[in-house]
Design a protein around this ligand. Structure first.
Ligand code: RNT
Ligand code: ZN
Length: 430
């Protein structure tokens, strides 16, 4: 195919369009320069696992099964080792404006071809990642990996009835928090550790209580080990159902909400794809942040039974960040992405999802929320509704392009030229 035809708008075009947009928003009392500065300072954590379909680079002993999640598709060229993953991530990062973080899972440890079981991983297995983090100025986040391991094959990890298996996973999680602490020291800000485990059952377990008691007990045992909060923050992630856990998930929303509410330093992680298929998470923000200082978001997109489609700028995403911005919660919310699509170019998936997330944040920052709230309070609901509708066709794209220009990344669709070039020269040649 000929060179991709996605010519970038010129600097002059972007500036001209921006000046018009700026004036239009100003009428509503909105400062577009300030919105851009706020967006620039809002970190988004990109998930490493989009780059290799959540496989990781662990050297295995024994049979493993997926464990509740699965990337579907066979687009060529997933990253096959950590160097490749880092190169791919660098490509994606170069096409995304703003402040980026990078989110690793325990299975992305580098052990020099040696088998190192999950309870024995240590900061030294992440030395290259920490170097990369510094060189690329992206802080790291972390996740224990409770799936794709022989000791997870029964479907139960931290809530396993066998105390030996529980112990193994507890030790794994403790090791992960020490690794996160090392990340935090390396980067001078906390690494967020998200604890998600697939524990659950396909069909009607008789006893739904004991696993939950065991889960709470295991978590207490993990968190009793103190890590420096300057370097590590913890979150627990609930789920309604998963592959092989359609009927019962130990870590349900109620369970982890209860756990986080009774443990001061533990955040709730809300994954957009982990609730009833028509349930949104936006209305949960102002409830949870009444009682907690911070929370973690997994920005994702559920479709029917799948919870992990690439994020796009849809109403779910817009409503979510409206709540974050209107509540003045940008600093209380840790934003991480969580989707995996193996059917399209994986680097593009990262870029599409991150840029969509940033556009949703920008759209929320460009809302005259105070003005609308005033009309609402004065019983002028029609004015509020009309403004919400009019804003949908305001020139968000012109402000977005200016943000891209100011950050030195391609505006509009021009990033596709780079992406397609990398696809042909690197990805398809693997
Ligand atoms: C799974 C959870 C979890 C994972 C990652 C890989 O349903 O969403 O966050 O996607 O830990
Ligand atoms: Zn998630």
């Amino acid at each position: 195919m000929a060179k991709a035809p996605f010519t970038a708008p010129t600097k002059e075009q972007i500036e001209k369009a921006y000046d018009c947009a700026k004036a239009q928003y100003k009428v509503l009392g909105i400062d577009t320069d300030k919105a851009i500065a706020t967006l620039q300072a809002t970190p988004i954590s990109l998930h490493c696992w989009q780059g290799d379909d959540v496989k990781g680079f662990e050297v295995h002993e024994g049979e493993v099964s997926g464990g509740g999640i699965m990337a579907i598709g066979n687009y060529p060229g997933p990253a096959m080792n950590a160097d490749m993953l880092r190169k791919d991530a660098e490509k994606a990062l170069s096409l995304i404006p703003g402040t980026k973080r990078f989110n690793l899972h325990a299975i992305y440890a580098e052990t020099d071809g040696k088998v190192v079981d999950r309870d024995a991983i240590a900061p030294k297995h992440f030395t290259k990642w920490m170097k990369w983090s510094k060189a690329n100025k992206v802080a790291l986040d972390f996740n224990p990996t409770f799936f794709a391991h022989p000791k997870a094959n029964s479907g139960y990890t931290l809530s396993n009835p066998d105390p030996e298996i529980r112990k193994f996973w507890i030790n794994h999680d403790k090791a992960c928090r020490r690794i996160a602490e090392a990340f935090g020291k390396n980067q001078g800000c906390p690494a967020v550790v998200n604890h998600w485990m697939p524990d659950g059952a396909k069909d009607q377990p008789i006893d739904r209580l004991t696993p939950r008691k065991l889960m709470a007990q295991s978590l207490d045992e993990i968190f009793v080990e103190k890590v420096n909060p300057k370097y590590c923050k913890d979150a627990v992630e609930s789920k309604l159902f998963g592959l092989g856990s359609e009927d019962y998930v130990v870590g349900s929303h109620e369970f982890f909400m209860g756990y986080a509410m009774t443990h001061k330093d533990i955040m709730v992680c809300l994954d957009m794809g982990h609730f009833h298929p028509t349930e949104n998470i936006y209305d949960k923000i102002s409830s949870i942040l009444n009682f907690k200082k911070e929370l973690l978001l997994h920005v994702s997109r559920g479709i029917r039974w799948d919870s992990d489609h690439v994020v796009i700028l849809n109403d779910d995403l817009r409503c979510l960040f409206q709540q974050v911005v209107r509540g003045n919660f940008l600093k209380s919310v840790n934003i991480a992405l969580d989707f995996f699509d193996a059917s399209i170019n994986r680097i593009a998936a990262w870029v599409i999802g991150t840029r969509a997330t940033q556009k949703a944040i920008l759209a929320a920052l460009l809302e005259p929320s105070k003005l609308m709230a005033d009309y609402e309070a004065a019983n002028d609901g029609a004015v509020k509704l009309a403004l919400l509708e009019e804003l949908k066709t305001y020139p968000l794209g012109a402000v977005w392009n200016m943000f891209c220009l100011s950050q030195g990344v391609p505006a509009g669709a021009a990033w596709l030229n780079d992406m397609i070039d990398y696809d042909r020269k690197v990805i398809k040649k693997r």
